[in-house]
Design a protein around this ligand. Structure first.
Ligand SMILES: [Zn+2]
Length: 243
């Protein structure tokens, strides 16, 4: 099978999955709204999305650009993206992330990779779907899959911050020896951020590639979170610490 056939097959499959989603709210099963998050949420659940307009702090010095908190209807959207490969939802979430990131003028989006075994089982990487959604909204942004997961890690659920970091040590590698992100403003993107351990480990791996700045972004962050109210100078400084 050629690469093109593979991509077309994936697109057709994703389109079918999206088409089969019922026109009922994924969260409460009421008829979906004609606007807002149509056809995925009703107007009430669309309005209840815990939206964020500024970066959020998930750990000391760790700021994540994410358009929503991982609660209520946002959990349902992220679940559909992760486990059902709902491309249209990924595209919409990517659009939300792009709107949030626009002022940072990013040039490259790097999706956090899955280990090949997990990607094979799931059939897609939800972070890549989101990254494509961002690039679709911001035409000057390119998606680069420069990271590779070299070690299958145990699920992070239930682990404390320290054990999460130990679990992820040396989990990532850079895909290429060419310094493709040198001097560029890079966004490292994942679907959901809990403690930020995965992000930190991936950012550490990217650090040696000479990026001008590495910003961390996600579709959602798990509460409790603290939203930044000051102008963006603070998170930019904080994010640059991850270089
Ligand atoms: Zn609803």
């Amino acid at each position: 099978m050629t690469v093109l056939q593979g991509m077309l097959g994936e697109q057709v499959r994703d389109a079918l999955i999206d088409a089969l989603l019922p026109a009922r709210c994924l969260n409460c099963r009421r008829p979906a709204a004609a606007a807002g998050w149509s056809p995925f949420l009703c107007s009430r659940c669309s309005a209840a999305l815990p939206l964020r307009t500024r970066p959020t702090c998930v750990a000391p010095g760790l700021w994540i650009w994410a358009p929503m908190a991982f609660e209520g209807p946002a959990r349902v959207l992220l679940h559909a993206l992760k486990y059902h490969g709902a491309t249209l939802i990924g595209r919409r979430l990517g659009q939300q992330i792009a709107m949030l990131l626009e002022e940072t003028a990013p040039q490259i989006v790097v999706p956090v990779p899955l280990h090949w075994r997990r990607r094979w089982v799931r059939g897609h990487n939800q972070a890549l779907t989101l990254a494509r959604g961002v690039a679709r909204e911001l035409p000057s942004v390119r998606v680069m899959q420069v990271l590779r997961r070299v070690r299958a890690t145990a699920p992070q659920v239930g682990l404390g911050a320290r054990r999460r970091r130990a679990n992820l040590r040396d989990a990532f590698a850079v895909e290429t020896s060419r310094r493709r992100i040198e001097g560029l403003r890079v966004v490292l993107l994942d679907d959901v951020v809990t403690t930020g351990s995965t992000m930190l480990e991936a950012a550490t791996t990217l650090r040696g590639e000479g990026a001008l700045e590495i910003l961390l972004a996600a579709a959602a962050v798990v509460p409790p979170i603290r939203q930044l109210t000051a102008p963006r100078s603070e998170p930019a400084t904080q994010a640059s610490r991850t270089r």
